[in-house]
Each structure stands twice: as structure tokens, then as C-alpha cells.
Design a protein around this ligand. Structure first.
Ligand code: AMP
Ligand code: MG
Length: 530
């Protein structure tokens, strides 16, 4: 390369993170099929194909932080190149895609609502490739970019409504400290998409270290393709859990990682009143990330049996069942990994030993989840020391919250205002309960318990406010942003994203976002249709 001032500028840019400014630089930063990437696993795992273009794409929302994590300049989305940016992340080809650099849809299978569903796969998601930035490798995927060989009867599209919900919620979850896939942007188009009514299309750019699901393993297991099963497990181990190689059985160690991360994730979901809605095994991340936001919901009024998915008539994925379903799903994963277990064991008695060992790993789910939830509840109640009966105290609160349909988020947030010694200041939380006597009885037990704690009220309140969010993505907040966005006013998407970036902070100017849902919100129904 000859020296010229522009080359010098380019060279300087190449060394500085966060420098992909133009759309062509952004496109160039997304690599396809690098060694160690999912794509490098080869054609048994994916099909390469171009996205189906959409007419006149426009930007609906962008996460500056995710852009930064990828080394992209978020200004590209709104600056002079904004149309090219929207076109690129809509999947509209900006140039001819070389055949080996086409995006890809991955194949997987899974259990849906407890029933084996056979082959599924990315029916409307295409992975563009991978970005390496600041020592991290992140996959970039377009959801809603058109039909793929795995679309079955679907149209390959996602509607604006569900795309905004996924964008906002994945960012909200991240800021709550809950492991999740992220979202860079939502791009809209007026392309009509038929659901219960005619809506319009959108594409979410999802970002994750990996989109591998339990269902990927089930796929190769059920098709008796053990070489591919092993290659997939090796990919996940090499990439994310290299220390598993030091274990007696690396594949059992991989199962153990899934057990632990899933148990932790379930404790986190329960702790914020989050319902996923469609915990099919194809929607379970091997890394324990929250993935595939559909008919999810943060509970307003607490109901232990809350079902957020209108299509889940049996309540299989009700709030109170999520931890059990996580466990059930891990059994499907364990079953799929069985052919890989015990390679170092003597042939004789191997099958029995393998089952025994796998069961032992599965048992750790209970050992992990229970204490993780109790620890979470202690923190939510502002309890520093551990005492017997803490779980009962927490359950007692859940019981009266359930009986009174008390608001989940406000109950915990306002509990921090309760004084250790003075019951006359209980109103902010007490008033959330119709049955005041029931609350008073519980509050008396809580105060007795607080007497064993050394922190004063202010210190306890500060600690509680770091674990009990004030702002979550309530359905009606998302709905407001969606309604405005359908009229091409995207300011509420941006504002809500900003609020949800600081869920634990007091934001006096955004008090309205922390309030109870308005009456109209009780009619909101969220179904699988997205
Ligand atoms: P879900 O439970 O929503 O994550 O989706 C289950 C399966 O259906 C996955 O394989 C999806 O890719 C596929 N799918 C969902 N919606 C569509 C759609 N509109 N077009 C094509 N495939 C879809
Ligand atoms: Mg899915």
C-alpha cells in the first residue's frame, strides 16, 4: 500500500475500535465463515441464501450501545447514509452477494409444547456473519428477512409490533442484568404482512455470541448424525467453554454448563416477574441466554399461574412453571447428548454409567436453582444475612401478592421504602394490597426479620433499589411505542429504550413509565402470532 493521507486515516481507523462509519465499512466488518465460527461447521448445519428484499426500508430504532459493542458508529443509521443503512439491515442486497458469503439459515429441531415437532430451523432468520470487536466475536442475524428452506408454512416475515417488542425487551433484559441476545436495530417497511389482520413488516438485527439452541443438538441426535452432533458440541465447547476439555468427560461438562446457566436464568426470570411464553426446546439457548422474544410479558398484577401467551391454552409455560420447564427442556438436551457421553469409559457397563452420570449432572439443576432463587429473594427483600425461614418469608409475600393481584414490580420497588421501626410509613407498598390486614400481618413478620439485620433503612433501601427495578417493559408501554411507530412516529421507541437502559435508577422525569398499567391495558392480548 502506498502512503497517502487517506491511507493514513484508514490505517488509524483500522486500529481504533468503533470506527466502522460507513455502511460499506460496517458490511466489511461482518465476516462469513471464519475458522471457529458456526458457519464454518458447514453445509450440514445451514443453508446459504439471500434475504428477500423489502420496499423502502426505514429505521425504527437503534441501540447505540450494541452498535458500539460491534465497533459500528451508530451515526451511520441516522446520517447521510441512513437509507443505505436501513437497506443493509433490512437484508436488501447492496451489491451482488458472492455465493460463499451469502447469509445463512441454520437447521434445528425441537419439542414444541411438550411434543416432538421434528425439523424446524431458522424459518425467518438469516445470519449475516460474525463481527470481531474488542476481543469478542458476535453473530449478527436478521429476523424477518424472508422465507428460508425452514419456513414451512410461514412467510418468513416478522411484523413491526413483535419486532419492536423484541428490540426493546432484549435491551431491557440486558440492562436488568439478565443474560440475553441483544438487538442492534429495527428496520421497518410498508410491505404488508398478513397475521390476524394485515400489518407491516420489520426486520430486527439480533446480536449474540451464539444462536445455538437445545434444538440444534436434538436435530442431529434425532437424525442419528453423530458426527455432526459431535462437531456442534465441539464448536460450543471450543468457543465458549474451553475449560470443559479438562473434565473427565467434556460433553458431560457441557451439559453441566447448560444446567447451571439455565438454572440461573430461570431464577433471574422469576425474580423480575418475566414470562417467556414459548419455552420450546428450540427457543432455549445453549448459553443460557434469553432468546426468541415472542409473546413474553413482565407481570403487572402478580399471579403465580400467569400465562402471557394467549395461544398457550394449557398454561404449560405459565410463570410458576418456567423453572420446571427449564428442567424438562434440559432433559431433552441431555438425551440428545447421550451418544457423546462416556467415550473414555470401558465398553462394559458404559450405557448404565453414562445414564447415571448424566442424571447426576441433571440433579445439579435443583441444587443450583433453589439456592439461586432464595439468594435472589433475599436480595430483593434487602436481607444481608441468611436465616432459616427466609424462603418462607418470601413465599408469604408471594402468597399475599397473588391473592391481591399486587403489582409485581411496584411491590418490590416500594418495599424498600418500608421503615424497620415505623409501620406508619407503609402506604406506598401497603396500598397495593386490597387486603390491608394480610399485608400488615406479613409486614410484621418482615420487620421482625429486619431486626436481625444491621443495615439502617437508607442503606437497605439503596441496596434493594439495585436489585428491584423501577422500570420494566410493561405491555402497555410497549403498546404505546408500537401504536406511535405504526404512525411513523418512532420517538417513543427511542424514549422507552432510554428509560429501560436505567431500570434501577430513579428517573423523576419518567415517573409515568413506572406506574400501574392504565385500564385499557387489561385487554391487551399477546399471542404466538408475530
Ligand atoms: P418460534 O416458537 O416463534 O420461535 O418459532 C418456531 C418455528 O417457526 C421456528 O422454526 C421459526 O423460524 C418458525 N417461524 C415462526 N414464524 C415464522 C414465519 N412467519 N415464517 C417462517 N417461519 C416462522
Ligand atoms: Mg424460535
Amino acid at each position: 500500500m502506498s502512503f497517502s493521507p487517506s491511507n493514513a486515516v484508514r490505517a488509524a481507523r483500522d486500529e481504533t475500535p468503533g470506527e466502522a462509519r460507513s455502511v460499506s465499512e460496517i458490511a466489511g466488518a461482518i465476516k462469513v465463515g471464519e475458522p471457529g465460527s458456526f458457519a464454518a461447521l458447514g453445509t450440514a448445519f445451514l443453508t446459504r441464501l439471500p434475504a428477500a428484499p423489502v420496499p423502502d426500508p426505514y429505521l425504527v430504532g437503534i441501540s447505540g450501545e450494541v452498535a458500539e459493542s460491534l465497533g459500528f458508529d451508530a451515526q451511520a443509521a441516522t446520517g447521510p447514509e441512513k437509507d443505505a443503512f436501513a437497506a443493509f439491515f433490512a437484508g436488501n442486497p447492496t451489491r451482488d452477494w458472492p455465493a460463499d458469503a451469502l447469509p445463512y439459515a441454520a437447521v434445528y429441531s425441537g419439542h414444541q409444547f411438550g411434543v416432538w415437532a421434528g425439523q424446524l430451523g431458522d424459518g425467518r432468520a438469516l445470519t449475516l456473519g460474525e463481527v470481531e470487536h474488542d476481543g469478542a466475536r458476535l453473530e449478527v442475524q436478521l429476523k424477518g428477512a424472508g422465507r428460508t428452506p425452514y419456513s414451512r408454512m410461514g412467510d418468513g416475515r416478522a411484523v413491526l409490533r413483535s419486532s419492536i417488542r423484541e428490540f426493546l425487551c432484549s435491551e431491557a433484559m440486558h440492562h436488568l442484568g439478565i443474560p440475553t441476545t441483544r438487538a442492534l436495530a429495527v428496520i421497518g417497511s410498508d410491505l404488508p404482512v398478513r397475521r390476524e389482520t394485515v400489518e407491516t413488516a420489520a426486520i430486527v438485527t439480533r446480536v449474540s455470541p451464539s444462536f445455538v439452541r437445545f434444538g440444534h443438538f436434538e436435530h442431529f441426535y434425532s437424525n442419528d448424525r453423530i458426527d455432526e452432533l459431535k462437531a456442534l458440541a465441539d464448536h460450543v465447547i471450543d468457543r465458549f467453554y474451553p475449560h470443559c476439555r479438562d473434565a473427565d468427560d467434556p460433553y458431560l461438562a457441557l451439559l453441566d454448563r447448560a444446567v447451571q446457566t439455565t438454572a440461573d436464568l430461570m431464577a433471574q426470570w422469576q425474580g423480575v416477574g418475566f414470562c417467556h411464553g414459548v419455552m420450546n426446546t428450540d427457543n432455549m439457548s445453549i448459553l443460557g441466554l434469553t432468546i426468541d422474544y415472542g409473546p413474553f410479558g413482565f407481570m403487572d398484577a402478580f399471579n403465580a399461574h400467569h400465562i402471557c401467551n394467549h395461544s398457550d391454552t394449557q398454561g404449560r409455560y405459565a410463570y410458576g412453571r418456567q423453572p420446571q420447564v427449564g428442567y424438562w427442556n434440559l432433559f431433552c438436551l441431555a438425551q440428545a447428548l447421550v451418544p457423546l457421553f462416556g467415550a473414555n469409559l470401558p465398553e462394559e457397563g458404559r450405557a448404565e454409567r453414562v445414564v447415571e452420570e448424566a442424571q447426576k449432572v441433571m440433579e445439579r439443576y435443583k441444587e443450583r436453582f433453589g439456592p439461586a432463587l432464595v439468594a435472589k429473594m433475599r436480595a430483593k427483600l434487602g436481607l444481608e444475612i441468611e436465616r432459616d425461614g427466609d424462603d418462607k418469608l418470601a413465599n408469604g409475600l408471594f402468597e399475599i401478592m397473588h391473592a391481591n393481584r399486587a403489582d409485581f414490580t411496584l411491590t418490590f420497588r416500594n418495599l424498600s421504602k418500608l421503615s424497620k421501626s415505623d409501620a406508619s410509613q407503609d402506604a406506598p407498598v401497603r396500598d397495593l394490597f386490597l387486603d390491608r390486614a394480610a399485608f400488615d400481618a406479613w409486614a410484621a413478620q418482615y420487620r421482625e426479620r429486619l431486626a436481625h439485620e444491621s443495615r439502617d433503612d437508607a442503606a437497605r433501601a439503596a441496596a434493594m433499589n439495585r436489585v428491584n427495578p423501577k422500570y420494566v417493559l410493561r405491555n402497555h408501554l410497549a403498546e404505546n411505542a408500537i401504536r406511535r411507530a405504526s404512525e411513523k412516529d418512532f420517538s417513543e421507541v427511542a424514549r422507552l429504550l432510554d428509560v429501560l437502559r436505567h431500570p434501577y435508577d430513579e428517573q423523576p422525569e419518567n415517573e409515568a413509565y413506572a406506574g400501574l398499567p392504565p385500564d385499557w391495558a387489561s385487554d391487551l392480548e399477546v399471542s404466538c402470532s408475530s
